[in-house]
Design a protein around this ligand. Structure first.
Ligand SMILES: Cc1cc2nc3c(=O)[nH]c(=O)nc-3n(C[C@H](O)[C@H](O)[C@H](O)COP(=O)(O)O)c2cc1C
Length: 222
């Protein structure tokens, strides 16, 4: 079972988010999963330029590391998104990746996969960043297994660490259990169903302008 972890802190795995992610990945390891970590601090993912080429051809026009990350997302069994809270949201590095995933999102191309999210902050608002990342997971078509976040308490340190790290390892194990069991999340279905309708309808409206995505949905619906 292969789990892809994408970390969007400019400090890579050396910061607070990396520390919390380490615990989630320990849980993945305990449940028999194999992990690959991609750090957006070293990979190059430029902002989307809105050219629509991904909608027309399925391939992004910008030549950087995005297409490689996309292939890894398509190939993995599950993935983890990890970001610090930067001004009530994810970092610019993570947002650039989200925007570049617009073609994957229109196709809900990660349907059937499972994801977990990890967040850290200076002093709070963890829930809204976690919820934003979980919503992004759903727009890709994937199931969200859950998220973990915490304010920091120093460098690579957190309040009530033993409890936090225990929950982080549980989340990592759960991610693997969900993949093995193909667990259903009925509470996510209303959003997924509505988004499916919206995206398949949108690409029909755009017709031959977004021919790749139109054909993708037509093939999927059979
Ligand atoms: C540019 C910037 C913006 C930040 N914005 C917030 C914020 O809005 N709320 C908050 O609680 N912490 C904020 N922080 C603090 C970080 O979220 C926090 O230190 C985090 O644990 C850093 O993770 P890292 O070490 O993995 O990079 C910000 C830090 C930076 C550098």
């Amino acid at each position: 079972m292969n789990i892809l972890a994408i970390i969007a802190s400019p400090r890579g795995m050396k910061g607070n988010t990396g520390r919390l992610l380490e615990e989630v990945l320990s849980g993945v390891g305990e449940a028999g999963g194999e992990t690959e970590i991609l750090s957006l601090a070293t990979l190059k993912v430029q902002p989307c330029v809105g050219c629509d080429l991904c909608h027309k051809t399925g391939i992004c026009s910008i030549k950087d590391d995005y297409e490689g990350i996309k292939e890894k997302l398509l190939a993995c069994d599950g993935f983890i998104l990890a970001s610090p809270n930067y001004i009530f949201s994810v970092t610019a590095q993570m947002k650039a990746l989200f925007d570049r995933c617009c073609g994957l999102l229109h196709c809900m191309a990660l349907e059937g996969k499972y994801a977990a999210v990890v967040e850290t902050s200076g002093g709070g608002e963890d829930a809204e960043v976690i919820s934003y990342m979980e919503r992004f997971v759903n727009t890709l078509g994937a199931n969200s297994v859950g998220g973990i976040g915490s304010p920091m308490a120093g460098i690579r340190a957190f309040p009530d660490e033993a409890n936090l790290y225990g929950r982080a390892r549980t989340l990592g194990r759960e991610l693997c259990h969900c993949i093995r069991e193909k667990r259903q999340f009925p509470e996510q279905e209303p959003f997924l169903g509505a988004f499916r309708e919206r995206m398949s309808g949108l690409v029909e409206i755009m017709g031959e302008h977004w021919v790749f995505e139109r054909d993708y949905w037509r093939d999927r619906k059979g």
